[in-house]
Design a protein. Structure first.
Length: 256
Protein backbone atom coordinates (compact mmCIF):
# COMPACT_ATOMS: atom_id res chain seq x y z
CA UNK A 1 0.00 0.00 0.00
CA UNK A 2 1.41 3.43 -0.88
CA UNK A 3 2.05 5.95 1.91
CA UNK A 4 -0.72 8.50 2.52
CA UNK A 5 -0.20 11.92 0.96
CA UNK A 6 0.10 13.52 4.38
CA UNK A 7 3.29 11.64 5.22
CA UNK A 8 5.94 14.35 5.62
CA UNK A 9 8.80 14.42 3.15
CA UNK A 10 12.38 15.56 3.75
CA UNK A 11 15.49 16.11 1.67
CA UNK A 12 18.82 15.67 3.46
CA UNK A 13 21.93 16.78 1.61
CA UNK A 14 25.00 14.71 2.35
CA UNK A 15 22.59 12.12 3.70
CA UNK A 16 24.52 8.95 2.86
CA UNK A 17 27.20 9.04 5.56
CA UNK A 18 28.07 10.18 9.07
CA UNK A 19 25.99 13.09 10.43
CA UNK A 20 23.70 13.30 7.39
CA UNK A 21 22.97 9.59 7.58
CA UNK A 22 22.01 9.85 11.27
CA UNK A 23 19.61 12.67 10.37
CA UNK A 24 18.06 10.55 7.61
CA UNK A 25 17.62 7.59 9.97
CA UNK A 26 16.05 9.74 12.70
CA UNK A 27 13.62 11.30 10.23
CA UNK A 28 12.57 7.91 8.89
CA UNK A 29 12.15 6.66 12.45
CA UNK A 30 9.88 9.67 13.09
CA UNK A 31 7.69 8.83 10.08
CA UNK A 32 9.22 10.90 7.27
CA UNK A 33 9.84 9.71 3.75
CA UNK A 34 13.29 10.95 2.75
CA UNK A 35 15.25 11.94 -0.32
CA UNK A 36 18.91 11.11 0.29
CA UNK A 37 21.33 13.37 -1.56
CA UNK A 38 24.92 12.22 -2.04
CA UNK A 39 27.92 13.12 -4.14
CA UNK A 40 30.82 10.66 -3.95
CA UNK A 41 29.35 8.17 -1.46
CA UNK A 42 27.54 6.05 -4.03
CA UNK A 43 27.81 2.69 -2.25
CA UNK A 44 26.83 4.02 1.19
CA UNK A 45 23.84 5.76 -0.43
CA UNK A 46 22.72 2.56 -2.15
CA UNK A 47 23.17 0.56 1.04
CA UNK A 48 21.20 3.07 3.09
CA UNK A 49 18.40 3.09 0.53
CA UNK A 50 18.23 -0.69 0.80
CA UNK A 51 18.00 -0.49 4.60
CA UNK A 52 15.30 2.19 4.54
CA UNK A 53 13.08 0.46 1.99
CA UNK A 54 9.99 2.42 0.92
CA UNK A 55 10.76 5.26 3.37
CA UNK A 56 13.55 6.25 0.98
CA UNK A 57 12.04 8.18 -1.92
CA UNK A 58 15.28 8.00 -3.83
CA UNK A 59 18.99 8.63 -3.71
CA UNK A 60 19.90 11.69 -5.72
CA UNK A 61 23.46 12.54 -6.75
CA UNK A 62 24.64 16.13 -7.08
CA UNK A 63 27.98 17.89 -7.00
CA UNK A 64 26.73 20.85 -5.00
CA UNK A 65 29.52 23.13 -6.22
CA UNK A 66 27.78 23.15 -9.61
CA UNK A 67 24.67 25.21 -10.26
CA UNK A 68 23.39 22.85 -12.94
CA UNK A 69 23.61 19.88 -10.57
CA UNK A 70 21.84 21.84 -7.83
CA UNK A 71 19.04 22.71 -10.24
CA UNK A 72 18.69 19.06 -11.24
CA UNK A 73 18.41 18.10 -7.57
CA UNK A 74 15.69 20.72 -7.05
CA UNK A 75 13.85 19.49 -10.16
CA UNK A 76 13.96 15.84 -9.03
CA UNK A 77 12.56 16.64 -5.59
CA UNK A 78 9.91 19.09 -6.86
CA UNK A 79 8.70 16.86 -9.68
CA UNK A 80 4.93 16.55 -9.34
CA UNK A 81 5.04 13.20 -11.16
CA UNK A 82 7.78 11.88 -8.83
CA UNK A 83 7.30 9.45 -5.92
CA UNK A 84 6.38 12.21 -3.45
CA UNK A 85 4.20 14.11 -5.91
CA UNK A 86 6.51 17.11 -5.52
CA UNK A 87 5.80 17.39 -1.79
CA UNK A 88 8.51 18.67 0.56
CA UNK A 89 8.15 19.48 4.26
CA UNK A 90 11.76 19.73 5.36
CA UNK A 91 15.09 20.58 3.76
CA UNK A 92 18.20 19.74 5.81
CA UNK A 93 21.33 21.32 4.38
CA UNK A 94 23.99 19.08 5.91
CA UNK A 95 26.51 18.57 3.08
CA UNK A 96 29.70 20.56 3.53
CA UNK A 97 33.42 20.40 3.00
CA UNK A 98 35.95 20.85 5.82
CA UNK A 99 39.11 22.10 4.14
CA UNK A 100 42.29 22.66 6.13
CA UNK A 101 45.10 24.98 5.10
CA UNK A 102 47.18 27.96 6.24
CA UNK A 103 45.66 31.25 5.16
CA UNK A 104 48.70 32.36 3.17
CA UNK A 105 49.08 29.03 1.40
CA UNK A 106 45.52 28.99 0.08
CA UNK A 107 44.16 30.67 -3.03
CA UNK A 108 41.09 32.62 -4.07
CA UNK A 109 40.03 29.52 -5.96
CA UNK A 110 40.18 27.49 -2.73
CA UNK A 111 38.06 30.11 -1.00
CA UNK A 112 35.51 30.20 -3.82
CA UNK A 113 35.21 26.38 -3.80
CA UNK A 114 34.48 26.30 -0.06
CA UNK A 115 32.00 29.18 -0.28
CA UNK A 116 30.22 27.53 -3.20
CA UNK A 117 29.61 24.24 -1.35
CA UNK A 118 29.14 25.48 2.22
CA UNK A 119 27.29 28.75 1.61
CA UNK A 120 26.03 29.25 -1.95
CA UNK A 121 24.65 25.72 -2.32
CA UNK A 122 22.42 25.74 0.80
CA UNK A 123 21.03 29.18 -0.12
CA UNK A 124 20.54 28.07 -3.72
CA UNK A 125 18.63 24.95 -2.64
CA UNK A 126 16.38 27.00 -0.37
CA UNK A 127 15.64 29.37 -3.26
CA UNK A 128 14.87 26.50 -5.62
CA UNK A 129 12.73 24.60 -3.12
CA UNK A 130 10.95 27.57 -1.50
CA UNK A 131 7.82 27.26 -3.69
CA UNK A 132 7.54 23.59 -2.74
CA UNK A 133 8.17 24.27 0.95
CA UNK A 134 5.63 27.09 0.98
CA UNK A 135 2.89 24.69 -0.08
CA UNK A 136 3.40 22.55 3.04
CA UNK A 137 4.39 25.49 5.32
CA UNK A 138 7.56 23.51 5.72
CA UNK A 139 10.95 24.34 7.18
CA UNK A 140 14.68 24.37 6.58
CA UNK A 141 17.43 23.32 8.96
CA UNK A 142 20.92 24.46 8.02
CA UNK A 143 23.73 22.52 9.64
CA UNK A 144 26.18 25.18 10.72
CA UNK A 145 29.29 24.63 12.87
CA UNK A 146 30.82 26.25 15.94
CA UNK A 147 33.21 27.56 13.29
CA UNK A 148 30.47 30.08 12.44
CA UNK A 149 31.21 31.82 15.73
CA UNK A 150 34.95 31.36 16.40
CA UNK A 151 37.93 31.94 14.12
CA UNK A 152 39.92 28.70 13.95
CA UNK A 153 43.41 29.02 12.52
CA UNK A 154 43.90 27.14 9.25
CA UNK A 155 40.13 26.97 8.61
CA UNK A 156 39.45 30.56 7.53
CA UNK A 157 37.45 29.60 4.43
CA UNK A 158 35.31 27.13 6.39
CA UNK A 159 34.69 29.58 9.27
CA UNK A 160 33.78 32.35 6.83
CA UNK A 161 31.36 30.14 4.90
CA UNK A 162 29.63 28.86 8.05
CA UNK A 163 29.39 32.37 9.54
CA UNK A 164 27.75 33.42 6.26
CA UNK A 165 25.35 30.52 6.51
CA UNK A 166 24.32 31.63 9.98
CA UNK A 167 23.49 35.11 8.66
CA UNK A 168 21.73 33.52 5.69
CA UNK A 169 19.67 31.42 8.11
CA UNK A 170 18.31 34.53 9.79
CA UNK A 171 17.89 36.42 6.52
CA UNK A 172 16.03 33.50 4.93
CA UNK A 173 13.83 33.15 8.01
CA UNK A 174 12.84 36.77 7.49
CA UNK A 175 12.45 36.48 3.70
CA UNK A 176 10.30 33.35 3.84
CA UNK A 177 8.12 34.14 6.87
CA UNK A 178 5.36 33.40 7.55
CA UNK A 179 5.28 30.42 5.20
CA UNK A 180 8.60 28.69 5.74
CA UNK A 181 10.66 28.53 8.94
CA UNK A 182 14.46 28.50 8.70
CA UNK A 183 16.75 27.51 11.58
CA UNK A 184 20.30 26.36 12.16
CA UNK A 185 22.13 23.79 14.24
CA UNK A 186 25.77 24.23 15.19
CA UNK A 187 27.38 20.95 16.12
CA UNK A 188 30.51 20.91 18.18
CA UNK A 189 32.50 17.73 17.67
CA UNK A 190 30.05 14.87 17.20
CA UNK A 191 32.23 12.72 14.94
CA UNK A 192 35.97 13.14 14.53
CA UNK A 193 37.13 14.35 11.15
CA UNK A 194 38.91 11.67 9.17
CA UNK A 195 42.72 11.83 8.89
CA UNK A 196 45.67 11.27 11.23
CA UNK A 197 45.48 14.68 12.84
CA UNK A 198 42.32 13.69 14.71
CA UNK A 199 43.21 10.02 15.21
CA UNK A 200 42.73 8.20 18.54
CA UNK A 201 45.13 9.57 21.18
CA UNK A 202 46.02 12.64 19.07
CA UNK A 203 46.79 16.02 20.66
CA UNK A 204 43.97 17.54 18.61
CA UNK A 205 41.43 15.21 20.24
CA UNK A 206 42.78 15.86 23.71
CA UNK A 207 42.69 19.64 23.24
CA UNK A 208 39.13 19.62 21.91
CA UNK A 209 37.72 17.42 24.68
CA UNK A 210 39.35 19.71 27.26
CA UNK A 211 37.43 22.64 25.79
CA UNK A 212 34.05 20.93 26.23
CA UNK A 213 32.32 21.57 29.57
CA UNK A 214 30.56 18.19 29.39
CA UNK A 215 34.03 16.59 28.92
CA UNK A 216 33.09 14.42 25.95
CA UNK A 217 32.22 14.69 22.30
CA UNK A 218 28.66 14.26 21.11
CA UNK A 219 27.07 11.88 18.63
CA UNK A 220 25.43 12.37 15.22
CA UNK A 221 22.18 11.29 16.89
CA UNK A 222 22.40 14.35 19.16
CA UNK A 223 22.32 16.51 16.03
CA UNK A 224 19.52 14.45 14.49
CA UNK A 225 17.34 14.92 17.58
CA UNK A 226 17.76 18.68 17.33
CA UNK A 227 16.79 18.57 13.64
CA UNK A 228 13.57 16.80 14.59
CA UNK A 229 12.91 19.28 17.38
CA UNK A 230 13.26 22.24 15.01
CA UNK A 231 11.20 20.55 12.31
CA UNK A 232 8.35 20.12 14.80
CA UNK A 233 8.61 23.50 16.54
CA UNK A 234 6.14 25.63 14.64
CA UNK A 235 6.88 28.84 16.54
CA UNK A 236 10.67 28.84 16.11
CA UNK A 237 12.36 30.53 13.17
CA UNK A 238 15.65 32.32 12.59
CA UNK A 239 17.26 30.54 15.55
CA UNK A 240 20.37 28.48 16.14
CA UNK A 241 20.95 25.65 18.58
CA UNK A 242 24.47 24.61 19.47
CA UNK A 243 24.85 20.87 20.03
CA UNK A 244 28.29 21.12 21.50
CA UNK A 245 28.43 19.93 25.12
CA UNK A 246 28.62 23.57 26.18
CA UNK A 247 31.75 24.47 24.22
CA UNK A 248 30.32 27.78 23.00
CA UNK A 249 30.07 28.98 26.61
CA UNK A 250 33.83 29.28 26.76
CA UNK A 251 36.15 31.64 24.94
CA UNK A 252 37.28 30.88 21.39
CA UNK A 253 39.28 27.71 21.19
CA UNK A 254 41.94 27.32 18.56
CA UNK A 255 41.27 24.28 16.42
CA UNK A 256 44.64 23.97 14.71
N1 LIG B 1 31.35 15.88 12.33
C1 LIG B 1 31.28 16.85 13.24
O1 LIG B 1 31.64 16.67 14.42
C2 LIG B 1 30.76 18.21 12.83
C3 LIG B 1 31.07 19.29 13.65
C4 LIG B 1 30.58 20.55 13.28
C5 LIG B 1 29.79 20.70 12.16
N2 LIG B 1 29.53 19.61 11.38
C6 LIG B 1 28.70 19.82 10.19
O2 LIG B 1 27.79 18.74 10.04
C7 LIG B 1 27.62 18.43 8.65
C8 LIG B 1 27.99 16.97 8.39
O3 LIG B 1 29.27 16.72 8.95
P1 LIG B 1 30.06 15.37 8.67
O4 LIG B 1 31.18 15.31 9.62
O5 LIG B 1 29.12 14.24 8.56
O6 LIG B 1 30.64 15.72 7.22
P2 LIG B 1 31.65 14.84 6.34
O7 LIG B 1 31.95 13.53 6.96
O8 LIG B 1 32.80 15.74 6.00
O9 LIG B 1 30.79 14.58 5.04
C9 LIG B 1 30.55 15.61 4.19
C10 LIG B 1 29.21 15.38 3.54
O10 LIG B 1 28.98 16.45 2.63
C11 LIG B 1 28.86 15.96 1.32
N3 LIG B 1 29.62 16.84 0.43
C12 LIG B 1 30.85 17.37 0.64
N4 LIG B 1 31.23 18.10 -0.44
C13 LIG B 1 30.21 18.01 -1.33
C14 LIG B 1 29.99 18.54 -2.63
N5 LIG B 1 30.90 19.31 -3.25
N6 LIG B 1 28.84 18.26 -3.26
C15 LIG B 1 27.90 17.48 -2.66
N7 LIG B 1 28.04 16.95 -1.44
C16 LIG B 1 29.19 17.21 -0.78
C17 LIG B 1 29.44 14.56 1.32
O11 LIG B 1 28.78 13.76 0.36
P3 LIG B 1 29.52 12.46 -0.31
O12 LIG B 1 30.21 11.73 0.80
O13 LIG B 1 28.42 11.72 -0.95
O14 LIG B 1 30.48 13.04 -1.32
C18 LIG B 1 29.16 14.09 2.74
O15 LIG B 1 27.89 13.54 2.84
C19 LIG B 1 28.49 19.43 7.89
O16 LIG B 1 27.72 20.55 7.54
C20 LIG B 1 29.53 19.83 8.92
O17 LIG B 1 30.09 21.11 8.67
C21 LIG B 1 29.99 18.37 11.69
Amino acid sequence: MSAPETTPVALVTGGAIRVGKAIVEALVHAGYRVWVHYNRSVEPAEQLAGELGSACLGIVPAQLAEEVARNELVAAVSDASGPAGGRLDLLVNSAASFEYGGFETRSDEDLRRVLEVNLVAPISLVRGLAPTLRRTRGSVVNILDLAAFFPWNNYLDHCTAKAGLWMATRALASELAPDVRVNGISPGTVLWPTGDKFGPGSKARERIVKAIPLERVGTPQDVAEAVLFLARSNFITGQEISIDGGRKIYSPHEFS
